[in-house]
Structures are given as C-alpha cells and as structure tokens.
Design a protein around this ligand. Sequence first.
Ligand code: PMP
Length: 471
Amino acid sequence: MVTKVAWDMSKNSIPFTNSQIVAAFEQRTGKSKARHLKALEVFPSGIVHDSRHMKPYPLTIERAEGAWKWDTDGNRYIDYFGGHGSLLLGHAHPSMVAAVNAQIGLGTHPAACHDLELQWGLLVKRLIPSAERVRFTSSGTEANSMAIRLARAFTGRNKLVRFKSHFHGWQDHVAFGSKFAGTKHVPGIVDGIVENVIVADPADPRAVRDTLETDDNIAAVILEPTGASSGQVPLGRDFVEMLRDVTAARGIVLIFDEVVTGFRVSPGGAQAALGLLPDLTTLAKILSGGLPGGAVCGRRDIMELLDFEAAETKGFEKIPHQGTFNANPLSAAAGTAMLRRVADGEGTEKANEQGRKLTAAWNRVFAEEGVAWAAYGQGSCVYFFTNPDAMDIDPLNFDAAAQPVPVMEKAGEHAAAKLFRLALLVNGVDVNAKPGAIVSAAHSDDDIAETAEATRQALGMLKAEGLIPVR
Ligand code: PMP
C-alpha cells in the first residue's frame, strides 16, 4: 500500500518515492525495467539520447504504427513524441515503407551521385522559399555546424549570436548557455569558442538590436523562428522582422534553424508562414521521412563557398565538406516520398488541424477539471503551460504569445510536470519531456478523444496525491 505524503511544492521536482503514479507505472512496465537494468551496464544512464532520461526508468518500445506504439510489456500508447518531430505522417507510413523497401535491394551506398538525391534536392528547392542551393548532411546538428561555418567564412567575422533556450543540436558552438545544457560552460568546449558566441535574450529586443548594430565582428544570427524549443517560448513576428532588417543592414548572415519547423509549420516552413526569408536555412527530421538526414540551404552566393569551380575561378579557399552518409539512398528515398506528400498539400495541414483539435480538447479538460494549466502552441507543436507560479489563468482563453518571455520559459516547470507525464503513460499516452506533443497526420479524432480522457484520469491521479489543487 502506497501512503500519501505531503509534497514540498517549493521544490522544483518531486521525489519519485511513495507515489501511486510511479507504482502504477512500475506495475505495467516490468519488462522495460528489466531491460533498463541491463542497459545501465552498456550505456551511460542506460540511454542513447538525453531526452530519454526518465524516472523511474524509460520505456522500451517494440513496434510502432500510425499514431500508436507498443512497449515490450504489450501496452499501447498514443504517441506524441513523433520520432522527435520527424514523423509528419505517423509511424511506418505505407509510402515511406514502400520507398525504403524499393531502394534497399538496389544498394544502400553507391559512393556515387544518384538520382534520388537530385529529386530530393529539387523538392527542397521547390518547397523552401529561400533555398537557392542545397547541401545534404546526416543530421540537424551537422547542418547547423555547416551553416555557422559558411557564415563565418562568407563574412570573414568570428562571432555567432544565438538565443537563450533556442536549441540547435549538441555541437560545440551551440551546446552551452541554454536551459538544455545549463548556463555554464560545458566541459570539453574550449574557451575560444565560448568567447565567440553571444547568447542573447529575446526578452530584451532593444539590447539584441544594440549588440547587432555595434559589434562589427558578428558573422551570424541563428534562431528557431517560431521561438525557443520549437515554439515552447513563442517569438513574435516583430522580433524576427527586426532581426531580418538589422542583419541585412549590417551584412550579418541570418540563419533560420528549421529542423523542426521545416515542412511542419507550413510546407515552406516557418519562413513561408512568417513571410520573412533568412539567408541560410537548416533542415532535418521531416526532411528525411523518419530516417537520418539534414540539409543546409540558402543564398547561392553563400553556398558557393562549397563549390569547387567557384573557388577555382574566383580564387578563394573552398570549405571542405564530406560525410559518408550525406543523402544516402535510403534517407533520400524516404525523404523524397515524404516531401512529395508535403508538396501535394497532404500531411502538413492535416497534422496542424489535428494539433489545433488536440489543443482545444486539452484546454476543455483543464477547464472542466478546474486545473489552472493550459495547452498552447502552433498547429502540430503543442505544449503545456503548467503554471508553476500559480497565475490566475483561464485554460479556454490563454494567450501564450501575450505572456512575457520569462513566464513562458518556465511553461513546463511545475513541480508535478514529470509525474504528470508518467501519469499520462499509465493511461496510455506518451507526451514528450517538455512536456508537450508533436502531432502527426495519423492522429485521428478518436485518438484525440482518447487522449482527452486519459488526461482527465492523469489529472485525477495528480489530485489524489495532492500535487494540484482539487476544486
Ligand atoms: N535544431 C533543432 C531546432 C532541433 O530541434 C534539433 C533536434 N531536436 C536539432 C537542431 C538537432 O538535430 P539532430 O538531432 O538531427 O542533430
């Protein structure tokens, strides 16, 4: 019998002992636990990606299809992790499976040019408004690495400006000074890099503008164009427009990291939705249809720094670029199949529509349950405002974009947020760790109704443990 304890709500997180929610999770997921104990002997923390770190232990998933996935104990979950945002059409979509199956027998690595990479690149050019030239990489981290190098080489300047809590992968120039990696230096990153990166605060647009207007050594500004963490901390269009204007005037390269927003916010990404074009764009995730891949694309004169002939004719030193699996045929096959769906108008609008329905359904549950939390977001990217400072909000009328940046930076930081996620898992729903949801075109209205009911149950579990007020 698990006893109810008085939680110290002033603490940022709640101990995972004496919780009915943890007990219920452990009761359902014995095989995941057994596998995790073995994984601890192989991987640091038993995981291969930081976002899978979870208490008491992460799930082991055996298979997935459409909007659902099943763990090794046979439990079914409605999946809102969405392959970290790569699965616009859901798991194992028949068109992706067919594309990969058709290619795999023809070889996975010709070590040569192939037609699929051309088809894929043409689709990127057709869909992304600012893409004059494209170069494929193997991940979003690599794409950002190349974009930053291109900007430095093009401008002959050193500094990179990026924004607090905006995520751009784990390479040296971007892996410190955000909430994802603490505010201190990450061990292993040399001082020379840290000194050449300015982590700016979008809460203070005037200071950002001043920096861009006065520092003559800034090569690039990189940002997530819908806001930090795929829009969890929304960014107004005015701010992005200010960045576009100042960078253009100062000859600074503006980079949109559209690794998540590309093909998701709209077929042409956030840039098409905002009507603001960056100089360089980085892509990954949906780009390669659920397989590994990334790309940097943008202005022809900047991308020319990768061009052998231009370097020879114009007499500059080319930026070297290799990568064993760049545009490998399997990723190119899945990516081409995916972008054809995006180009046909399928996928993006459906996922966004289902995302809006899920947001509304969640807010109805919060209102009905008397919980002062809210769901918000842009289309298929949905987040929970867990209201850690107990503001007086109405879930049915919560305007995330109107809140100050510091308020939204704490959106997911209620002391009970991690147990909420666990309680949702106990009720058959897997949301991501923000906490939030990435919705696909495979999520049906029935899935959304089932999710709403599961959320009601999960909130009941939090209330039973005294973690949120009962009204
Ligand atoms: N940029 C953004 C906005 C991302 O969300 C991510 C991945 N979550 C990355 C870059 C890094 O991409 P990858 O994991 O493919 O290296």
